[in-house]
Design a protein. Structure first.
Length: 652
């Protein structure tokens, strides 16, 4: 412990600072383990891996954090050492670095509270979209208390060192230029070694996801996520011959009413749903609801009565009670329902370059002379939504306050004005206001006798969980339960107002979650936290509960089948109501890719690894099984072909 408190030159000071960093990183892991005491694995091998790998990552971070200081020491002229300039630089950057590290430690705890993860893609997004994130933090937490805590810790640590007089008395100690340059070279080589040979996924050796995440270092994970925005399937995942992969997928997509039409676009086909009855041309209102887990509904055991309206719809709609989200982010849900495609590794296609002019559901609606519109209560710049929807045939209605679409996007953007807003938080206007805006636009299209397809993305069921007061019996801003109940209340408000409109009876409403409220668990893929509800209301078929296991990617193919549409398809989704539908779900994280059939689950990882498991729905545990080669090849085929089509611009 002596090295933590005594130092006789600036390198000894740096050593002491690194030892303090290692100590606090260790304590942070202890905190996370206590936090999830009943879910973390305390097997000796897992504990050794958790803390051993954690120490390895922390050592790399020490080198990276120390590099600027070592660089400065190496290059400062010897005659300047101990000068006022030298001391000022060291005092200033020591204080700044300390403040940042204290802030990061507290931010990691806050991030873990919501996502049960070390910093990842979400944290990268939070850095990019600062307006929404800073406003969200301000509205979700006591910001003066948070900043005050960071400042207090920083001042306390500085005062502690002040009491150790040697901190201020050692900066005049001179070190030879040779030693300074050698230290810089060694530190640089260590960093190069870590960047080249110590990937963040090295931590993923335990079967328990909590142990894996705890072993990581937050800052290291952040920069790893920043670097890996898109992951090459061919390079990092198990592959099979492309021709074989497409052969498997074509056999899975084949239906009695479909015909494959192209060799160059391997899954492109003509689907003919036309029956003796007339083709239905109804307006469509599609609502993607933020973080609506199936577990919030009474049908799935919830006793809080927070979704009374949605509970009533389970028997008054086409209700999908065994449907799974493809991912854990809003942009994954958008990708799934608009492109009807499995999740490809890395970021969602919504956020990638060259994602315009793809063949999406808007092309199907456009071929039927529909007007497609995208409604979002915040600024659609967030998560690249405006660029994606605007670049794929949707007019935009959002709260952009003057922001414009790219010059190469030809669709229109309309602002939601202040006089149309009754309540707004960091993420956007409340759901009621969003629905009212949609209704007013629908009125205009009805008067012009134009069919419309309106796609809405809600925001109210999101931290800081604030909404208009007096609407429900749970005070605003008190937690998720209130936000869910308000979300349900706003949906009822929508149907009450829309039912008075002349276009209501000729309009189909589709309601589905973008993802679950929480997706993290002890398993690498937490299956239960992908289960979401979906409803098709006012469908031209009898209401029923659809018990088939299916995916978000199947929603629109099912809708087009219900309306008896003949259309071109480049979609991986299928009509769930067809007798030929084979039950399955496709889900993943940005690195884990999964095929589930009933209770059998195969997970592909980006180190060309795969695991075959049996899912126990009651305990939500995965039990390892011997590999099934046919199941493995089918799983590979779903994801390899999806990645191939996008990478080779065959989704255009």
């Amino acid at each position: 412990m002596k090295n933590l408190f005594q130092f006789n030159n600036r390198y000894a000071l740096l050593k002491a600072a690194n030892l303090w960093f290692l100590l606090f990183s260790f304590l942070l892991r202890i905190i996370f383990m206590i936090w999830h005491f009943n879910e973390v694995s305390f097997k000796l091998a897992d504990l050794c891996l958790t803390f051993g790998l954690g120490f390895l990552f922390d050592l790399g971070l020490c080198a990276m954090i120390s590099l600027p200081f070592i660089f400065y020491i190496a290059l400062i002229p010897t005659k300047w050492i101990g000068s006022v300039f030298d001391k000022s630089v060291i005092y200033f950057f020591s204080t700044l670095t300390l403040f940042i590290l204290v802030f990061v430690f507290l931010a990691e705890i806050t991030f873990w509270e919501e996502f049960k993860n070390r910093f990842n893609f979400i944290a990268v997004d939070y850095l990019i979209y600062t307006f929404e994130v800073l406003a969200n933090i301000q509205q979700s937490y006591n910001l003066p208390l948070l900043i005050g805590t960071v400042v207090a810790f920083t001042v306390a640590i500085l005062y502690f060192f002040y009491k150790k007089k040697t901190y201020f008395n050692t900066f005049t100690t001179k070190v030879s230029l040779k030693t300074r340059l050698l230290t810089l070279v060694i530190c640089s080589l260590i960093i190069v070694f870590y960047v080249a040979f110590i990937p963040n996924n090295l931590a993923e050796t335990s079967s328990n996801r909590y142990n894996t995440e705890i072993s990581k270092a937050g800052i290291y994970s952040f920069f790893a996520a920043f670097r890996n925005n898109q992951i090459s399937y061919q390079k990092f995942y198990t592959t099979i011959d492309n021709q074989k992969a497409f052969g498997i997928i074509k056999s899975k997509l084949k239906e009695p009413n479909s015909t494959f039409t192209s060799v160059n676009y391997p899954i492109h086909r003509l689907i003919n749903n036309k029956k003796e009855a007339a083709i239905t041309q109804k307006n469509v209102v599609f609502i993607l609801v933020e973080s609506l887990s199936a577990s919030f509904l009474k049908k799935f055991g919830n006793q809080e009565n927070i979704t009374p309206f949605l509970d009533s719809l389970t028997n008054n709609s086409l209700f999908f009670d065994n449907l799974y989200a493809t991912g854990t982010r809003t942009v994954r849900g958008m990708e799934a329902v608009t492109l009807c495609i499995p999740p490809t590794p890395g970021q969602s296609i919504v956020k990638r370059p060259e994602n315009q002019n793809l063949y999406t559901i808007s092309n199907v609606f456009k071929a039927k002379n529909y007007q497609s519109n995208f409604f979002y209560g915040g600024d659609g710049y967030f998560d690249n939504m405006n660029a994606y929807f605007g670049g794929n045939g949707f007019d935009i209605y959002d709260r952009g306050r003057g922001s414009v679409l790219n010059d190469n996007i030809k669709t229109a953007r309309h602002n939601i004005d202040d006089d149309e807003v009754t309540f707004e938080n960091a993420w956007g206007i409340c759901d009621e206001d969003l629905y009212d805006k949609m209704i007013s636009v629908a009125d205009q299209y009805h008067q012009e006798n134009k069919p419309f397809f309106n796609f809405l993305m809600t925001t109210s069921n999101h931290r800081p969980y604030t909404y208009p007061s007096g609407k429900i019996d749970i005070p605003s801003g008190t937690g998720r339960a209130g936000a869910v109940k308000y979300t349900d209340y706003a949906l009822q408000h929508l149907f009450q107002k829309a039912s008075q409109k002349p276009w209501f009876k000729n309009t189909i409403f589709v309601i589905v979650a973008d993802h679950c409220a929480s997706s993290a668990g002890k398993n690498e893929i937490d299956i239960a936290n992908y289960h979401i509800p979906a409803f098709i209301v006012n469908a031209p078929v009898a209401n029923q509960i659809i018990a088939k296991q299916c995916s978000q990617i199947d929603l629109f193919p099912t809708l087009f089948g219900i309306m008896n549409w003949k259309y071109e398809s480049n979609f991986f989704g299928k009509n769930v109501l067809n007798e030929s539908f084979e039950e399955r779900a496709l889900l993943g994280t940005y690195r884990k890719l999964t095929l589930m059939k009933q209770n059998k689950v195969l997970i592909l990882s980006d180190q060309q690894k795969q695991t075959f498991n049996e899912w126990d729905k009651e305990t939500n545990n995965l039990k390892s099984l011997p590999m099934n080669q046919a199941f493995l090849e089918e799983t590979i085929a779903w994801y390899q072909t999806a990645d191939f089509l996008f990478t080779n611009k065959l989704l255009k």
